[in-house]
Each structure stands twice: as C-alpha cells, then as structure tokens.
Ligand binder design. Structure first.
Ligand code: NAD
Ligand code: MG
Length: 396
C-alpha cells in the first residue's frame, strides 16, 4: 500500500466502531483516523479522540458538542467538533478521506454510507440496514462512482472471500449454484414459541457467540438479522432469494459458504471476532494482523447444522417475502422492525409481538417502485408511524 489511508469511522463508539479502531491502532504505518462519529456517547468519543487524534469528531446534539469542545481543549487535542446529520455526510465524502467504515446502526446510517459510495470511497459496510432500505440505489451509486464496496457483516465477508474476485452479473455466470448463509440461531434457538413470549431484553442481548450492539442482538434473537442479511446478500452478490439457503450453525465457526455447480462448497472459517472481516476490508486485497486468536479446530471439535424454524421465528420469512415483493417493501420491513425492537428494548412490547408488528405494517402499507431516495425515505417514515400504532395495539 502506497501511502497512509485516511479513515472515517461512522458509529465509532459502537461495537463495530471500537473493533475498527482496535485494528487501525495495530497498523499506524497504514491507517490514520480522519473522523470519528457518535450519536450521544460523548465520553467514549472524547476518549477515542484523545487516543486517535482525528481531524474531526461528529456528535448529534449541540450541547454534547459544546461539552466535547471544552474537554478536548482541556486535553490539548486539536480535533474539530461538528454537529448533526449533514456533518456525517460531509466526513463521509470529504476529499481528504480514503476509507469509510459505515457502522452506524439502523436507517440513520443510510445517508452517510450512501454519500461515501457516491464519492467513490472504499466503503466498509457494516450498516446492513442501508442496503436493505435502498439496495438498488446503493449498488447503482457504487457502480457509477467506481467505489470499492467491501462487506463487513461476517457472513457476507465470508461469501465475498469464497467467490471469484469478479462476481457481478449473476451467480450462475460464475459457476455458483447457491449461497449458504450461516446463522447461529441466536440465544433462543431451542426455545418453544410459548417460552419466547416472556423473553426479556437482557436475555435477548446475551448472544452465545458474538458481542454486539443491542439492536442487532435482538435481531439475531428473532432471526430478523438473518432476514436482513438475506436481503443484503441479494444486493451484494446479484442473487435471488431462492439462491440463498439459510443454515443454522450454532458454533459460528463457518461464517458462510458458496456452493458451485461442480459440487464444490467453499467456506470461510474463523473465530467469531469482527476484527477479522474489518481487517479484511481495511487491507483488501492484502492481509494484515487483526489481533484475532488462531482458530483451534481441536477445541471447536464439531460443527453442527440444522434448518431454521420459520414457525417459531417468522421474521426470516417476512424478510424473504419482502425481498421477493421488491420495491419499497424491504424499507418498510426495516423501519417497522426498528420501531418494534426499540419498543421491545423499552419493555413496551413482547418478543413475539416484534414479528406481529412487522407483519401488520407490511400488510397495511402498499409497496412502491423505488425510483429515487425520496421514495425510500417516505416509505421509512410512513412505516414508522404505522408501526407505532401497532406497537400500541400489541403493547403489554
Ligand atoms: P452499536 O449500537 O454498538 O453502535 C452503533 C453506533 O452508531 C454508535 O457509535 C452510536 O453512537 C451510533 N449511532 C446510533 N444511532 C445513531 C444515530 N441516530 N445517528 C448517528 N449515529 C448513531 O451497533 P453495532 O453492533 O456496532 O452495529 C453497527 C452496525 O453494524 C449495525 O448496522 C449492525 O447491524 C452492523 N453489524 C454489527 C455487527 C456486530 O458484531 N456488532 C456484526 C455485523 C453487522
Ligand atoms: Mg452477520
């Protein structure tokens, strides 16, 4: 790699953001932090600014920004502080930036991730919701600006590694028959639907294999995460929903697979640690140390596989249906899910009612063809309002 790569980390204080800074700190000769962003976690953002000396830090609210400016000045750190959504877009498309890690959670991450794609950056995409909401537009932007899009979601990163380097234009053209998307099954893999009714946020956020933010932890528990990932995989790899098989694999050692027409199945294995896909994205096509322990297959000992149960976990089917329906349906699904998960985390909604809310909103709201971003953003807003009504209907 020729010169220092300047990196913006969107959502720096989150689980992915923190892991990204861990990998970057191992390679000061390759990467320099240009901008760090957080929503409200000002203490964490301050500590990151002191450690990494970015040019710019972005936070959502002016009161936090004022606090941060004063604390940075006291610490003699020269980082400038910017505020709000437009600042997220600016630090994503700034000409000084080479790489953007898109690790904001949810729909809030769409506009800055899209800005990075439109500006032709190397985009490390963790924020799957951006692709779910606006897959066609996002992929068009990547193509038009010749951006480099590298998936960070561990499953998609695995598939990317198992596919030929040129894989656009449909899987069949490259001899691929199916993508096998692995799922841990979440903390409630073996629970009955009746037992699931009383699940608490604390139980849902205690994932057996991965340590993640709260929203994606709940998505993993409902299998909506796998549904969102199925949609994400369709856009990233030009696949149809029928070409993607979800395989429950409780050990999370195989991160996903590609099956070829000649009978070969290629898999990517590793310890469940997001620093592996993050390091892959940062260094591609090279490889760098990620700080991840070597995989010990004797300790793993066995790999199990089973089919997902869509009766107990309806979110997976809802997501597949939404993708098949197309247009704004995935954006509606995503918005309804975000509202329902937030209500579940606030203990206003039961666990099984998350899928009820999503199904009801998809049923209520007609889908439209997605010609431009406004269609997506309007569908998102309308779905949020409808979802709030259904949350009240299903409230505990
Ligand atoms: P997290 O909740 O730990 O962190 C989210 C980050 O986004 C924080 O820095 C937060 O300050 C910021 N943020 C939240 N709301 C915001 C808003 N409205 N505006 C601006 N910034 C906001 O989440 P995470 O687990 O790091 O996940 C981030 C993304 O990566 C999600 O889309 C998730 O699906 C995806 N992802 C995460 C993992 C994982 O292991 N954590 C794995 C695969 C994909
Ligand atoms: Mg994943």
């Amino acid at each position: 790699m020729s010169r220092l790569q300047r990196v913006t980390v969107l959502g720096a204080t989150g689980s992915i953001g923190t892991s990204t800074l861990d990998v970057i700190a191992r390679h000061p000769e390759r990467y320099q932090v240009y901008a760090l962003t957080a929503h409200t976690a000002r203490d964490a953002l301050l500590a990151q600014c002191i450690a990494h000396h970015p040019e710019i830090a972005v936070i959502a609210h002016e009161t936090d920004a004022q606090w941060l400016r004063e604390a940075l000045s006291n610490a003699r750190v020269k980082t400038q502080v910017a505020v709000g959504e437009q600042a997220l877009v600016e630090v994503s498309r700034d000409s000084a930036v080479d790489v953007v890690m898109a690790a904001i959670v949810g729909a809030a991450g769409l506009l800055p991730a899209l800005a990075a794609a439109q500006a032709g950056k190397r985009v490390l995409l963790a924020n799957k919701e951006a692709l779910v909401m606006s897959g066609a537009l996002f992929m068009q932007a990547v193509e038009a600006a010749q951006a480099t899009l590298l998936p960070i979601d561990s499953e998609h990163n695995a598939i990317y590694q198992c596919l030929p380097s040129e894989h656009r234009g449909g899987l069949a053209r490259h001899g691929v028959s199916q993508l096998l998307l692995t799922a841990s099954g979440g903390p409630f893999r073996t629970w009955s639907r009746a037992a699931l009714a009383d699940v608490t946020p604390e139980q849902a956020c205690a994932h057996p294999n991965w340590s993640m933010g709260r929203k994606i932890s709940v998505d993993s528990a409902t299998l909506m995460n796998k549904g969102l990932e199925l949609i994400e995989a369709c856009w990233l790899f030009d696949a149809t929903p029928e070409q993607i098989q979800v395989v429950v694999h409780p050990q999370s050692v195989i991160h996903s697979m590609a099956a070829y027409h000649d009978g070969s199945v290629l898999a990517q294995l590793g310890n469940p640690d997001m620093r592996t896909p993050i390091a892959y994205g940062l260094a591609w096509p090279e490889r760098i140390d990620a700080g991840v322990e070597a995989l010990d297959l004797f300790q793993v000992a066995r790999l199990d596989f089973e089919a997902p149960d869509e009766a107990r976990f309806p979110c997976l089917r809802l997501a597949r249906d939404a993708m098949q329906q197309g247009g704004s349906a995935p954006a509606i699904l995503n918005a309804a899910n975000e509202v329902a998960v937030e209500a579940f985390l606030a203990k206003r909604l039961g666990f099984n009612a998350i899928s009820d809310v999503v199904a009801a909103v998809l049923n209520d709201q007609p889908t439209e063809p997605v010609h431009n971003l406004d269609v997506v953003l309007n569908a998102d807003q309308q779905a949020r309002r409808t979802a709030q009504q259904w949350v009240r209907h299903y409230a505990r």
